[in-house]
Write a new protein. Sequence first.
Lengths: 335, 335
Amino acid sequence: MKIIIDAFGGDNAPVEILKGAALAVKELGVNIIAVGDENEIKKAITSNSIEENGISIAHAADIFKMEDNPVSIRHKGNETSMAVGLRLLRDGEGDAFVSAGSTGALVVGGTFIVKRIKGIKKTAIGSVMPGDNGPFMLMDSGANIDCTAKAIRQFAVMGSIYMKNVLGIENPRVGLANIGKEENKGSQLYIDAYEMLKNTPEINFIGNAEARDIPFTAADVVVADGFTGNIILKTYEGTALALLGNIKKIFTAGTLSKLSYLGVRKGLGDFKKKMDYKEYGGAALMGLTKPVIKAHGSSDAKAFKNAIRQAAQYSEKRVIDGLSEHLSKESGDDD
Amino acid sequence: MKIIIDAFGGDNAPVEILKGAALAVKELGVNIIAVGDENEIKKAITSNSIEENGISIAHAADIFKMEDNPVSIRHKGNETSMAVGLRLLRDGEGDAFVSAGSTGALVVGGTFIVKRIKGIKKTAIGSVMPGDNGPFMLMDSGANIDCTAKAIRQFAVMGSIYMKNVLGIENPRVGLANIGKEENKGSQLYIDAYEMLKNTPEINFIGNAEARDIPFTAADVVVADGFTGNIILKTYEGTALALLGNIKKIFTAGTLSKLSYLGVRKGLGDFKKKMDYKEYGGAALMGLTKPVIKAHGSSDAKAFKNAIRQAAQYSEKRVIDGLSEHLSKESGDDD
């Protein structure tokens, strides 16, 4: 298994990215192609004593910056590490691609360089999220502000195949994110999507997943348009950050509370691990002809290693074969 | 100050509602008109030894059930406690109305019985939410699935007046809920709303409030269409419930962890109070000619008392005069 990585994407690039790559070589037995400025990569490897065994370098002169227009990634002359990495993936130089860089650019680049599977309307972001009763996939979590009901139906099929193949969940429960459980809830898009999902025999549609229940793993696959999905993702993250920040403050407030921490350290540690989205890697770009993973922008070495593991599984578990089989026969008439 | 209450709305009606009313009489010095079946109310008061001083009863034979069609509240023959209470408010029998019953029915009933202020497009739900840096109003949090940019602009003006008059926040910061900070983020509705908000001199518009920052009180007034607002509200509540449930489990897991609780009890208690939405009362229905408060469906006596306090402030602080002054001159042409 050979994974191509964007060595210059994310807040902690290139050092943490390369450390994560070295961890992945050691722990997962994969090979890595690190894309980016060759001299900079060599320098980072040497000065941080990173084990370079299993890591080869593919040179790319530029870096895709967060403020760059995502659409510029399409241009032939774009020599950013992200664009070069996606071209290497397209050309079969590796099995999957991982970047912690700009999500927008990765979606555009994936769609126009790697290309979508025939019949699939939209490239979607499937974020694997920690839930109270196990992880779930939230999809689309931000690629498509405007969606049709048919696109949401495809998200459901894609998410089901991913959760079954990669996370081993048999017959994953699909829920439509919504403001209530009843069938007629939400905007016309949601009423239409409900009707379509109900009539899709290859998925296990369980109805609306009310936003309040989503953190309790109301469904294994939660589908939504990209605007709503991103609002859910970010409200979830923000609320968790605010609450856990307060809990931390309480424990560090004084001597007695610091002592108290000792008594619940293991419980809190286990809980933190359960809720740590870094454990699950990143978000899978779905609908492309090859596996692309978006790692969190703030990824450290461990998070990036987990994203590489996710990319390897995405490839190994033949998710894309499953998507092609189920969706390539669909007409493209209402895109 | 005389507050009309729906004695038969909410999960814990009528006992907790009446207990809350008695608390409000005692602590806030208000008078209460409790609407509902007279015999049932008298029985509940007697058998729970509720102090009836300051509480008068207005008879209503029926109860509005959660499964009833909200639109039925409009009908002249509707004798539910909610409909009768709203008519008493319309007829000037009290200064404000509070119900913990069906939100949908209260919005419809408020709009058609109490009526909107001239010039206001939509009745909106302004929920006062606990944030990490103080409470904020989320509006619309569920009344209007479909909104125009102009309606969102009115939510901003209404929310600003409420937060200034009732919570005493000078020059409240208004943020547009969105998936990113940049001006061009979101669907066309959000791009249009941004433009309108930017050009509304009477509010302090600070730009987009990214969903991740909303729990940190990114703005004092967060505006959104009702679908998105309700998704934010419910994701926020669900995430908080899931996390706090886990924290509780950790502390009750064994003897050592129970002992640990003693060391952080005060800190956790203060935090719980800060995050307890019951402290803030309920949600204000905005745009109506008289104050209507929706208390939480699960309100206990204390929560309902807080909702009564909120109703009294809504009336006393002349929020509706402010709304009329700012919005009654608007044309109704793009409703």
